[in-house]
Design a protein. Structure first.
Length: 743
């Protein structure tokens, strides 16, 4: 016989998920008499109906739509599919008439915070069964679980209920209240001071609001991290690998208690690691990366030099179409009311795939089909499969080395070479972080010594399938692993990466053409962006112009003595440094400063203007953009660049009777102060910040650059460079003047 659901009225949960999509496609294509109610939650402003419409555009339905035609497909969906907007427990109209419930909705993340894992996989499932009971419904429920509910075990595990004494209600209550406890701990003064210190070190130069935002972001991240660890620790203390497997096991227990215990029919299908389709809807169909795929692709990119797996452990993988076929076979066959049926949909017992065999296939594939990298085809590393102790020791050594390198580079002057080093360091940090994450998440699965008995599953296949090659079958013995990996699965997941790779091909350093437009302003920082000279150099040029042979050595000595104070102020707050350093101008006469600027100092300043910067300013003005030079430096010195701009905004120095007091006439417009100024300036002048441009060189510039539609990091310091790379801002390397190079 073949799988036949007749005219069943079906409730499908998790229809937008990987398995749920495939189940819905099978129901539409192979079971024309069925009617399907799908539970779909709205996503933001997108309604459940719109989400279903978007879902039907996915490739899983493409073959069916091509076969019947777009109009006919729309008619069939309108006639047979009913969308209910809501969460588990919202059953829609007439739930008492349901014949089948196919429950596939769940969170499949291994590293969810414990409260989120329980809210979806336990609380939500309990609401589903309670709603069915309250409605007086009596459908056959096929509950999609996971083979790993059996916990951290060794040897053969039989198809049956998991033996444990864990009270799901007690664990649910503890998990759902965990966030409040951890959140309270995160708000303790000592902990907040720690977050605050780290934020000040990281973004202090940007301004107090950036520090506050970074502090709160760190606090929330800490809470989530603690809850992830909470889930992992609690699961392992009870005999499971992580919160995912624990919550799925408890969901089975509550189904047994609530549904089966009330005399209803329950079939539990437990897939192992679900990957791309072998046959249906077409070989290689997959919807995004699944469990093993991030690990595989990271290896293909050369980012995993080693991994703590056991080469002779069994990696239990099963194609998604086999899982769907088993679910529908369970649904189509008679289930008793006095006991649940359990089906392990895995391959390890009947057709095992050793980890070393999978590794050999993957390495062979990426050797023959290397992923393009920045320096040509990526060479994949050989794995020696070190033990866990050796792997952990090597990881700690590498992590310590990266931290030391980061501290060293952060103390070096910004430049092309240091930016290259920083890029390499970021790659190393990313690769190590990825290796650490994958190791924590997958170690239990690649060191597993458990096999899942599939006697009942094979008997079910024999009952409903027309042969091993039938595309409605699920005989794992028919899978040729070499063919599946080399010809089906690996090509499928590498195809998924092409769109991302194409996006990554555009370098942030590529010159992006200016876009003409009305109400556009182009804002330029001065020091380091338009002028290759900092405040210290400008001050020493002024002293040098006094023609006092003792002035320059005296001032250099003074600056060197105060240098630690200045550096500390610069790291903390750009505004603090400017205020502190400009105190050195105390006693200078305004008329003398003006004379120096019109004479030798002005000539030096003009020699240090960046030709690339002036060219970009001219381009903006040529297409009608309003150009503004903004600096926290001295206004009289900034005037040397005024002829190139429409407007100059700078800091004035306070004077009494023509003599500088060392104080500022107004607060310096830097960091967040510049962001506030820019918002007010654009509002009063009618400029569109989303269409406007900004050019800065320092981390302190991030607060105002991020307000603009076209931010450009010019010869950026290390931290701005990191921000620019992360946010895909343009990075411009403008050449310094030859005069500056000689000096």
């Amino acid at each position: 016989m073949s799988i036949d659901l007749g005219n069943a009225r079906i409730l499908l949960t998790g229809a937008t998920g990987f398995v749920g999509q495939a189940i819905l496609e099978r129901l539409l294509t192979s079971h024309p008499g069925t009617t399907i109610t799908v539970l779909v939650r709205p996503k933001g402003t997108i309604s459940a109906e719109r989400r279903l419409t978007s879902l039907l555009r996915k490739s899983v339905f493409a073959g069916w739509i091509d076969e019947v035609g777009q109009e006919e497909a729309q008619r069939i969906v309108a006639e047979r599919v009913r969308v209910v907007e809501g969460a588990l427990g919202d059953l829609g109209p007439e739930p008492e008439k349901l014949d089948l419930v196919l429950h596939s909705a769940s969170s499949v993340n291994f590293d969810d915070p414990i409260d989120q894992a329980f809210a979806t996989n336990v609380t939500g499932v309990a609401k589903l069964y309670q709603a069915l009971l309250a409605a007086g419904a009596d459908p056959h429920v096929v509950h999609v679980s996971t083979a790993y509910v059996n916990g951290a075990r060794k040897g053969l595990v039989m198809e049956g209920p998991v033996e444990h004494e864990v009270d799901w209600r007690v664990e649910e209550q503890a998990a759902l209240t965990a966030r409040a406890r951890v959140d309270e701990a995160s708000r303790q003064p000592a902990r907040l001071r720690q977050f605050l210190r780290e934020a000040q070190q990281s973004v202090g130069k940007v301004g107090p609001q950036a520090v506050a935002e970074a502090t709160e972001t760190a606090r929330r991240a800490w809470v989530d991290d603690q809850l992830v660890e909470h889930g992992r620790a609690r699961a392992q203390s009870l005999g499971w690998t992580d919160a995912y497997t624990l919550t799925k096991a408890l969901a089975e227990r509550l189904a047994e208690e609530l549904w089966l215990g009330d005399g209803h029919r329950l079939s539990v299908v437990r897939p192992s690691i679900i990957e791309s389709a072998l046959r249906h809807p077409y070989p290689g169909w997959i919807d995004g990366f699944k469990v093993a795929d991030p690990l595989i692709m990271a290896y293909g990119r050369g980012q995993l030099p080693e991994f703590p797996g056991l080469p002779d452990s069994v990696l239990d993988v099963v194609p998604v179409d086999f899982v769907v076929n088993a679910v529908l076979a369970a649904a189509a066959t008679e289930a008793p009311r006095d006991r649940a049926r359990y089906f392990h949909m895995g391959s390890g017992a009947t057709n095992p795939l050793p980890f070393h065999q999978m590794y050999d296939a993957i390495r062979s594939y990426f050797t023959e089909n290397p992923i393009p990298g920045a320096n040509g085809p990526t060479r994949v590393p050989p794995w020696k499969f070190p033990g866990g102790v050796r792997f952990e020791a090597e990881m700690k050594r590498k992590e310590a080395g990266v931290k030391l390198a980061a501290r060293t580079i952060s103390r070096l002057p910004a430049g092309e070479r240091t930016r290259e080093w920083l890029g390499d360091l970021e790659s190393a940090e990313r690769d190590l972080g990825m290796l650490r994450k994958f190791s924590d998440l997958y170690r239990a699965y690649v060191q597993s010594e458990v096999l899942f008995d599939d006697t009942s599953t094979r008997a079910l296949h024999a009952q409903v399938a027309d042969g091993a090659a039938d595309d409605t079958g699920f005989d794992v013995a028919a899978i040729d692993w070499h063919h599946y990996l080399q010809r089906v699965h690996l090509p499928a997941i590498t195809t998924l990466t092409r769109a991302f790779a194409a996006r990554g091909e555009r370098s942030e350093r590529t010159r992006r053409p200016l876009v003409p437009g009305e109400n556009v302003v182009a804002v330029f920082d001065l020091e380091g962006t338009v002028l290759h000279a900092n405040l210290v150099q400008q001050y020493l040029w002024l002293r040098d112009a006094e023609q006092d042979i003792t002035a320059l050595p005296r001032e250099v000595t003074k600056i060197l003595a105060l240098l630690p104070r200045y550096l500390a102020a610069e790291r903390r707050d750009r505004s603090e440094f400017i205020r502190s350093f400009l105190r050195l101008h105390k006693g200078m006469r305004v008329e003398e400063l003006d004379r120096y600027v019109r004479g030798p100092v002005g000539r030096k300043l003009r020699e240090h203007l960046l030709a690339d910067a002036l060219e970009r300013v001219a381009e903006h003005r040529a297409i009608g953009h309003h150009t503004v030079l903004v600096t926290g430096g001295v206004d009289m010195l900034a005037e040397i660049a005024a002829p190139h701009f429409d407007e100059v905004i700078a800091t004035g120095l306070h004077a009494v009777d023509g003599v500088l007091t060392g104080y500022l006439a107004s607060p310096p417009i830097v960091g967040e102060a510049r962001a506030a100024w820019l918002k007010s300036y654009a509002d009063s002048r009618g400029f569109d910040l989303g269409a406007s441009y900004g050019y800065g060189d320092s981390q302190a510039d991030t607060s105002w650059l991020q307000l603009l539609g076209h931010p450009v990091a010019v010869n950026p310091d290390q931290r701005l460079f990191t921000v620019a790379r992360a946010r895909h801002w343009e990075v411009a390397v403008w050449k310094q003047p030859e005069t500056s190079k000689r000096r």
